[in-house]
Write a protein that binds this ligand. Structure first.
Ligand code: ATP
Length: 221
């Protein structure tokens, strides 16, 4: 059976998240204590309900424990966010995801046993800062506190050069794990030193954070 999601709080974050889950083919119950917010989302979601989710009886009557994943997308009202999360974990919901506004809010959610705490504003701020500082950086994943995988577009001044010319491992301690060739839309996995970079190519590199940042700078210059 399809995974079923419930999203509590249909502000900008909750509504964007729930619409995208629908687009991906899942069933989504959207809940908000504000009638207008719930009504606005009615046409996009499987069901919407107007309810205050800090009320245990309300959550019980919605059968919330049967959902595979419940997202608490309440931010500003920290008390409501925490109370809702506690009730959900008490009910034994398998996967509770909650949005945190501050580090402290996040810590409390973690202590309650929330399975995944997300910081959308903080994380998006960091992501955009990286992309502004390094226009060639298209995307990145932090594998751990120290290691990152980054997707970089190859700048003009490196076109026509081979990987051995760029020497990312020797000069920056970064390994190129793939090159996405624009020309024939092929992906070269584990490219060799002879592979040549061309305009429009994308490089996927892995390395220690500082080394990736040094490589990003080289790509800008
Ligand atoms: P966003 O940043 O996602 O736009 P916001 O700034 O509009 O959020 P938040 O305080 O994060 O506001 O609340 C998100 C939504 O959660 C609001 O639509 C609000 O009505 C709803 N909400 C807040 N508390 C509860 C609650 N106890 N039960 C149900 N919905 C709630």
């Amino acid at each position: 059976m399809e995974k079923q999601y419930a999203v509590i709080g249909l502000g900008r974050f909750g509504s964007s998240l729930s619409k995208e889950l629908m687009r991906l083919g899942y069933e989504v119950l959207g809940i908000d204590r504000n009638e207008e917010r719930a009504d606005d989302m009615n046409e996009y979601l499987t069901h919407t309900v107007v309810a205050d989710c800090t009320d245990e009886d309300v959550l019980r009557s919605l059968g919330i424990r049967n959902f595979d994943c419940v997202v608490v997308a309440i931010g500003n009202d920290i008390q409501a966010s925490i109370m809702t999360a506690i009730v959900l974990k008490d009910f034994g919901v398998k996967s509770v995801v909650a949005k945190a506004m501050t580090e402290l809010h996040g810590k409390v959610l973690q202590k309650i046993g929330v399975d995944r705490v997300i910081y959308p504003e903080r994380d998006m701020g960091i992501r955009v800062a990286h992309q502004l500082a390094s226009p060639n950086l298209l995307d990145y994943i932090e594998l751990s506190k120290d290691y990152t995988i980054a997707e970089l577009s190859v700048p003009k001044h490196l076109c026509g050069h081979s990987l051995s010319d760029l020497n990312p491992r020797g000069k920056y301690g970064c390994s190129v794990v793939a090159i996405n060739k624009k020309q024939n839309e092929q992906v070269i996995i584990a490219p060799s030193a002879q592979d040549v970079l061309e305009e429009g190519d994308l490089m996927v590199v892995i390395g220690v954070n500082e080394n990736i940042e040094r490589l990003e700078q080289e790509m800008v210059n």
